[in-house]
Design a protein. Structure first.
Lengths: 113, 439
């Protein structure tokens, strides 16, 4: 088994309370399914959309957001999967795709050489 | 854990009502933004970390914290609720004041304030109902449009205009003033009655949407009953009416999803708990001298609920109640229902006579069940040709697939009886038990 991180980009946006509840329930169902099949190492966290960017030799500090709204990373999850192909396959169940969001699937690089 | 059904929608109404009280009614849009923000946070956090133990409290605390942020940030740029003015000026009083406003008793009163504010006489009745659904029940514009079988644009226009009127009023309705409360109460009753009716008789083809409208009306009625000024005999009567009608909802559609007339329903599917609740509420309504249309309508619903079978219905009592209802609130629909009850007791010819005697029958021309009732009585009087014609007229006016299927069956039955090859069917053959237009 290898480890991967899902980075969630964009998605959501303003909807009616009912729609938002439905969206949340779909996320929870997806997580539950992944968890029950042993693929979740850590459900991860949502990230605030605000923050600071520290950059360069001068260590210049600027306010977030750091990217276009649609590219802002809204959260992450640590996943276990056989290989990258499986991790990608599993990500396809994420409800984010119905809201023009994206999942970035990145293998975690291991210490062994 | 799983959040309960429609949790967000319900909480939206509670949060907007409370935030509007804090921000002032002119900042209604700001209150809605804060609520939207609270939901975004809930969605973000809960999807990763699961639903908290007490999701309603979580949402309320989130809304409260956001409200405090907004108040601190904008207290110089904006004016907030005038009655809270001084308290909001200092940090010493701000947090405790907001804390207190988020206490549960206050939240309940906030919903009543909003309910009464939505029923302002400046707003047409349809706008009042749409506004209540939108603000207090958390229905989006599209959900309101679906409930009233209207377009998105028309509904949006109506709601935007009504919100503008509401936000333009100086302050929220003062529910502490007993005289104002009593003056506005009938309008609130009327709006909740219309909301319930839209669910019960409305044109939406989605029975789920319609059941939700009935539930929302009943939920708001319960808030009204819990307030000392709101628990009047008329409030109890209207609540009874809703419970007794809602009890019949499970019987209105049969197992294949077809509409069943009242006389044709499987009464074992009626909700006994709601019937019991309706009876209790009806008893509570019988105090004081006031007899409202809700008392009469609830009593009619109770007579139906009390009859173990359609045949055992006390039609004499129902006709009498309709007579009194007509005297109190003349309406062609009430007159039509009265004619149907008379036909049950005295035969279809009497039903036809009564329908023909309805004063403003032309106002019923667009109502499918007016034509269906005529068809029914003609059919039972052995006039299948005339019956088929009326059923076709009714079918042309059907408002959703369920009504269409129901009326199509009536057309086929009557048309089949016209054919010279088959002996004229009578309505009382065992295969085709009589149905009434009453639903």
């Amino acid at each position: 088994m290898s480890e991967f991180v899902y980075l969630y980009r964009g998605g959501e946006g303003g909807h009616s309370p009912e729609r938002m509840q439905q969206t949340m329930q779909r996320w929870m169902a997806w997580f539950k399914q992944l968890g029950e099949s042993g693929h979740i190492q850590n459900p991860g966290h949502p990230l605030e959309s605000t923050g600071k960017l520290v950059k360069g030799k001068q260590k210049t500090v600027t306010d977030g957001p750091f990217a276009e709204t649609k590219d802002v990373i809204g959260g992450f999850t640590l996943i276990e999967a056989r290989d990258l192909d499986q991790a990608v396959e599993l990500s396809k169940g994420c409800p984010i795709f119905d809201f023009e969001g994206a999942v970035e699937v990145r293998p975690i690089r291991k210490m062994n050489m | 854990m799983e959040p309960s059904d429609h949790l967000f929608r319900r909480e939206a109404g509670r949060m907007v009502a409370t935030l509007t009280r804090i921000f002032g009614v002119h900042n209604l849009a700001l209150a809605e933004d804060v609520v939207q923000d609270a939901f975004c946070r809930a969605l973000e956090v809960w999807k990763f970390r699961g639903v908290p133990e007490n999701p309603s409290a979580w949402l309320m605390v989130t809304a409260k914290n956001r409200a405090l942020d907004v108040l601190r940030r904008e207290r110089t740029a904006r004016t907030f609720a005038p009655e809270l003015g001084r308290l909001l000026e200092s940090e010493w009083t701000l947090a405790p004041a907001v804390e207190e406003l988020f206490a549960s008793k206050e939240i309940q009163d906030d919903q009543l304030r909003m309910m009464f504010s939505c029923c302002a006489p400046r707003l047409p009745e349809e706008a009042q109902v749409a506004l209540m659904l939108h603000i207090l029940c958390g229905f989006s514009v599209d959900e309101v449009a679906a409930a009233f079988v209207s377009t998105h644009d028309a509904t949006e226009k109506r709601i935007t205009r009504a919100k503008k009127t509401l936000a333009g009023s100086k302050r929220l309705f003062d529910i502490a003033d007993a005289r104002d409360f009593a003056d506005r109460l009938p309008a609130v009753h009327r709006a909740l009655y219309l909301l319930f009716n839209e669910g019960y008789h409305g044109a939406s083809s989605e029975s789920a949407i319609r059941a939700e409208l009935c539930q929302e009306a009943m939920r708001l009625m319960a808030l009204l009953r819990e307030h000392p000024l709101g628990s009047t005999p008329a409030t109890y009567a209207l609540s009874a009416l809703m419970s007794l009608h809602a009890a019949r909802l499970p019987g209105r559609l049969d197992s294949s999803g077809d509409l069943r007339s009242l006389l044709d329903q499987d009464r074992s599917r009626w909700d006994a708990r709601l019937v019991g609740e309706g009876e209790k509420l009806l008893e509570l309504s019988a105090s004081g001298p006031e007899l409202t249309e809700y008392h009469l309508e609830a009593s009619i619903a109770w007579v139906h609920a009390a009859a173990p079978t359609a045949e055992e219905t006390d039609w004499g009592m129902i006709v009498e109640l309709y007579d009194r209802l007509l005297a109190l609130r003349p309406s062609p629909v009430v007159a039509l229902n009265r004619a149907i009850a008379i036909a049950q007791r005295e035969g279809p010819e009497r039903g036809l006579e009564e329908i023909r005697a309805i004063a403003d029958a032309d106002r019923l021309a667009g109502y499918p069940f007016y034509h269906a009732a005529l068809g029914e009585f003609e059919f039972r009087s052995g006039q299948p040709e005339a019956a088929a014609e009326h059923f076709r007229a009714a079918l042309a006016l059907a408002r959703n697939p369920m009504e269409r299927r129901f009326l199509q069956q009536r057309v086929s039955l009557a048309a089949g009886a016209c054919s010279p090859d088959t002996p004229p069917a009578t309505a009382n053959t065992p295969a085709n038990p009589p149905r009434s237009a009453a639903r």
